[in-house]
Design a protein around this ligand. Structure first.
Ligand SMILES: N[C@@H](CCC(=O)N[C@@H](CS)C(=O)NCC(=O)O)C(=O)O
Length: 229
C-alpha cells in the first residue's frame, strides 16, 4: 500500500470532478500540482496521456480520464454505490450529456468576453503553478488566445449568452430530479458529482455570481457542498 495521489491543474474542471468525489468519500489522497507549462514532463509516467487529472491508487494503479477515474474510485473505495445505475438509460445518457454540454459551457463563461477573459487569465496565472517568466507571460499572452480564438468561436456557435447557456443547463438538469434533491434521488450519485465538478470549477472566478442567480441550481449546488467531508 502506498499513498494515493491525484495529479491536477488547480483550475481544470475535470480535476474538480474527481476532487469532489474524493472529498465526499473522505479519502486520503495527496494532490500533486502539475506545472501548467510542463504537463508533458510532469505526466511522463502516463505513457503519452499527458492530461490531468491522473489518479494513482494506493496499490500503484494509474488511471486516466476524469469519468473513468471517478468510476474506479467509486468501485474500489465505495462498493460502486454511486455508479450502481450505470447501464440504465437515464443514468448513462445524463452522464454523457454532462460530459459533453457542461464541459463545453466552461470556456464561454470564463473567457467569453474581453473583460472576463482578461480577469480569468490573470486569476489562472495566480492559481496555477508556473515558472517565474511563464506566469507573467501567460497572464498577458493567454487571454487573447482563449478569448479571441477559442471562446468567441464557441459562444457564436451556441448562439446563447454564457448566462443563458448555464441557466438552461441548470434548469434542464434540476428538472429531472423527480421531486428529489439530486439526480441520484435522496442522495447524489456519480452523475451529480460530475456535474458538480464542472460547476464548482467556475467558483474561483467572479463569473460564478452568474450561476448564483439560478435558484434551483444553487439549491442543488449547496446540497452537494453539504455532502463533502
Ligand atoms: N477527457 C479528459 C480531459 C482532460 C483535459 O483535457 N485536461 C486538460 C486540463 S483542463 C489538460 O490536462 N491539458 C493539458 C494538455 O492537453 O496538454 C478528462 O475528462 O479527464
Amino acid at each position: 500500500m502506498s499513498q494515493a495521489t491525484l495529479h491536477v491543474l488547480q483550475t481544470c474542471p475535470f480535476c474538480w470532478k474527481v476532487r469532489g468525489l474524493v472529498e465526499h468519500l473522505g479519502l486520503d489522497v495527496q494532490e500533486v500540482q502539475v506545472n501548467a507549462m510542463r504537463t508533458k514532463k510532469d505526466l511522463a509516467f502516463t505513457n503519452g496521456w499527458n492530461k490531468v487529472p491522473v489518479f494513482t491508487d494506493d496499490e500503484g494503479e494509474v488511471v486516466v480520464d476524469s469519468t473513468p477515474i471517478m468510476v474506479h474510485i467509486d468501485k474500489k473505495y465505495n462498493n460502486g454505490t454511486l455508479s450502481k445505475h450505470s447501464g440504465d438509460e437515464r443514468y448513462d445518457s445524463m452522464l454523457a450529456h454532462i460530459d459533453e454540454a457542461w464541459k463545453r459551457a466552461t470556456i464561454p463563461i470564463l473567457y467569453g468576453s474581453l473583460g472576463t477573459a482578461l480577469s480569468t487569465t490573470r486569476r489562472v496565472s495566480k492559481l496555477e503553478k508556473f515558472g517565474f517568466i511563464s506566469r507573467r507571460l501567460y497572464a498577458w499572452a493567454g487571454f487573447p488566445v482563449m478569448w479571441g480564438i477559442i471562446a468567441r468561436k464557441r459562444v457564436k456557435k451556441d448562439g446563447r449568452t454564457p448566462k443563458k447557456l448555464w441557466h438552461d443547463l441548470l434548469t434542464e438538469y434540476t428538472s429531472t430530479f423527480e421531486g428529489h434533491s439530486f439526480f441520484g434521488g435522496q442522495e447524489p450519485n456519480l452523475v451529480d458529482f460530475a456535474a458538480f465538478g464542472y460547476m464548482r470549477s467556475i467558483s474561483p472566478f467572479k463569473q460564478f455570481k452568474i450561476l448564483e442567480e439560478h435558484e434551483h441550481g444553487m439549491r442543488w449546488y449547496n446540497a452537494m457542498k453539504s455532502k463533502l467531508k
